[in-house]
Design a protein around this ligand. Sequence first.
Ligand code: ADE
Length: 311
Amino acid sequence: MFESIGARVIVCEKFGTLTCLHTHTLAIEYTRLVVAAREGYNDTVPLRFDLFTLFPDICAAYLGESILKRAQESGLVSVRIHNLRDYAADKHHITDDLPYGGGGGMVMKPEPIFAAVESVLTADDRPPTAVEGQLSAVPIILLTPQGRPFTQAIAHELAQHDRLALICGRYEGFDERVRLRLATDEISIGDYVITGGELAALVVVDAVTRLRPGALGDPSGALDDSHASGLLEYPHYTRPPEFRGWAVPDVLLSGDHARIARWRREESLRRTFHRRPDLLLKLELSEEDRLFLAEVAEEAAENLRSQISNS
Ligand code: ADE
């Protein structure tokens, strides 16, 4: 699919010819295209997020900084924030009401949410995948503590889409008809309750954006992230080589890339064994990994035995 024709030009069947002035930029662009093709992402249009919320400023603040800001500026993603209050038809723009059957708290009314999502997803500037009258072509995701637990695998799944709608709840939650008749998915960011869905939606936007090829300055960054390979990430060190008498592991200063790679793999395995052994059960491990983990397990058993005998 890709053909390199000299240091500064790449020909790619799908994306046409790219010319870059700077070789480093070219390398990043090349990696971005390779990753996009491999992962099946549509790299030709920005992934569009539509966030529906009662608190647009909370979302705007986070989206206006760092990687998410740059990803929007460089056209990898676009994020539109819609204030649900603007879609409430009454003169006071009321978006919540008392629960039928009594009980404490308020419930988010269905009308403003349906009106907002329907109007935004059928607007003219939709991407070609959202077919007329078929809102379900775009995943409509409710952020709620009752949703499926968000994982890196779900982030990958969502990154395949051209467009995602995220609806942030507040108060006691949504009128059930939003759940039953509008949403196509529900996501929770963990087994705890936070004040509203905004933080959860931002977590999803962030994790999905990081996966868009080119979002991270260093294209290999997302590959090393914890959970990307199914393992937790290895420890990082930077200068100085010694701080308060605590030295950086010698291997990292050795310049021997093969040894460094093996050390990182082992530290990832060790950390995952100690902190998230459940993750190891889901992985296909090499014989070398298994032997190393057997040593780590033996060390752990030995430590436990000595703690018990000293107690
Ligand atoms: N809203 C409140 N708590 C939440 C959670 N844990 N995940 C997603 N949305 C939420």
